[in-house]
Design a protein around this ligand. Structure first.
Ligand SMILES: Cc1ncc(COP(=O)(O)O)c(C=O)c1O
Length: 444
């Protein structure tokens, strides 16, 4: 047995892999990363077209983040959250500085380890601020896999967490390609989506709603960019009813859409933002909640109702601080605006050529292909709640054969490279996607 086959066998025998049926798993054994590429144990090089899980925004092995981790490990590996720590303070100050509240009140950050925990805590803090209990989230969303965040989630990954706790209600948000509102255009989609949300609020009683928590661009459920005006109208509606607006920026944060946060990209200022992933370029787990100053003062006299052993862990905040400084120094928060043009035209060419590409959409360096059986009927290539015969598995295997790794959900495939990607690397990705789509279509 080859060394690779031995590791694969051991992995399959002892490791439980998230979200997947465990039988027959055989992924490449990744041993090294450099820039936009990762390498497996046999030396095969793969272009990382999904930035890990839309997280490795700086690309792999950024030297200043690696150095910060090494230096922090040598100096101090742990300090309890109740003790103060320089890197923690510096990172929180940097976050305030790049936040949508930077020109006004600023913000304070509560650190967690993951995005899921951040959303769990955001809900608790929103309830603590408002004294209200209900939380509204969108169908076709993902917010994490812990106790509350799995219940915030608006798709089938929630089912394993059900029945869960009470107090979370869901609504339909815009989805221009498959309008839930029978809208003929984006303008109508926005108007009807807001009407639907207003009606939902009437039935739930807006005075009982603490927060609406939403991904400003839907991420793993297929990169859905809301039509113009939707997020602004959402902000107005929440303000009217004294409801907090929480943006889940776990995927959209740290330059993914062409600004530090999607909030700035779309010019809509929420009350809180949750983040994770890109804050350290995923090198070390770190998440958190940024809370605008006027709300953060809530806990100046009364105790903050949450805490974790790893809140503001020195290793994690040191990595976060180095990553945020790298984004700033290398102008990476806005780099996705350049990448957007390359992805848009490359994916539009694929959509024109391939009968299975129903929609190619996105913003910044955050795109997806939605695959269909028939472009006219828009019937999804695999069912919304599952891919019985493994059609998408075949597609990802074909991509890997062509030196590209990415991921997706149901009939949607992520195309979201690191923010340091070059035009030549994007072109390399397009060639692989083209080949994999051709191979997939030959099997249908
Ligand atoms: C939008 C969004 N929120 C929350 C999460 C959960 O983050 P984590 O996996 O760090 O718990 C994810 C993970 O993919 C996400 O995409």
């Amino acid at each position: 047995m080859s060394a690779t086959a031995e590791i694969q066998a051991k992995h399959a025998k002892y490791v439980l892999t998230p979200w997947l049926a465990q039988g027959g798993l055989a992924a490449p054994v990744i041993v090294r990363g450099e820039g936009r590429h990762v390498f497996d144990a046999d030396g095969t090089k793969y272009l990382d077209l999904g930035s890990g899980l839309i997280a490795v925004n700086l690309g792999h092995g950024h030297p200043s983040v690696v150095k910060a981790i090494q230096e922090q490990a040598a100096a101090l590996c742990y300090a309890a959250p109740g003790l103060f720590n320089e890197q923690r303070a510096e990172l929180a100050a940097e976050l305030s500085d790049i936040s949508p509240w930077a020109r006004g009140e600023g913000c304070r950050t509560f650190f967690t380890t993951t995005g899921a925990e951040a959303n769990d805590d955001a809900v608790r803090l929103a309830r603590s601020i408002t004294g209200r209990t209900k939380i509204l989230t969108a169908y076709r969303s993902f917010h994490g896999s812990t106790g509350t965040s799995i219940m915030l989630t608006g798709e089938d990954r929630r089912f394993g967490g059900e029945p869960g706790g009470p107090g979370i209600m869901r609504f339909f948000a815009p989805y221009p390609y498959r309008s839930p509102f029978w809208a003929k255009d984006n303008e109508e989609e926005t108007v009807r989506a807001i009407e639907h949300l207003e009606r939902t609020l009437v039935h739930e009683d807006p005075k009982r709603v603490a927060a609406i928590l939403i991904e400003p661009v839907v991420g793993s459920n297929g990169v859905i960019v809301y039509p113009d005006g939707y997020l602004k109208a959402l902000r107005e509606l929440t303000e009217k009813h004294g409801i907090l607006l929480i943006f889940d920026e776990v995927m959209t944060g740290f330059g993914r859409t062409g600004a530090a946060f999607a909030s700035q990209k779309f010019g809509v200022v929420p009350d809180m933002m949750t983040f994770a992933k890109g804050v350290t370029s995923a090198y070390i787990p770190l998440g958190g909640i940024m809370i605008r100053e006027k709300l953060a003062g809530t806990w100046d006299q009364k105790a903050l109702p949450s805490g974790h052993t790893y809140s503001g862990h020195p290793m994690c905040v040191a990595a976060g601080l180095a990553a945020v400084r790298a984004y700033k120094e290398e102008n990476l928060f806005t780099r996705a605006n350049e990448i957007e043009g390359w992805l848009k035209s490359g994916l539009a060419t694929l959509a024109e050529k391939h009968r299975t590409v129903g929609d190619a959409r996105g913003v910044g360096a955050f795109f997806a292909l939605e695959l269909v059986k028939d472009k006219k009927t828009k019937e999804p290539l695999v069912a919304w709640q599952g891919d019985g015969p493994g059609v998408m598995k075949t597609f990802y295997a074909e991509l890997r054969k062509r030196g590209v790794i990415t991921f997706g959900k149901f009939n949607c495939t992520m195309v979201a490279p690191p923010l340091t990607v070059t035009k030549a690397e994007v072109d390399e990705g397009m060639v692989a996607l083209d080949g994999a789509l051709t191979a997939l279509e030959a099997t249908l």
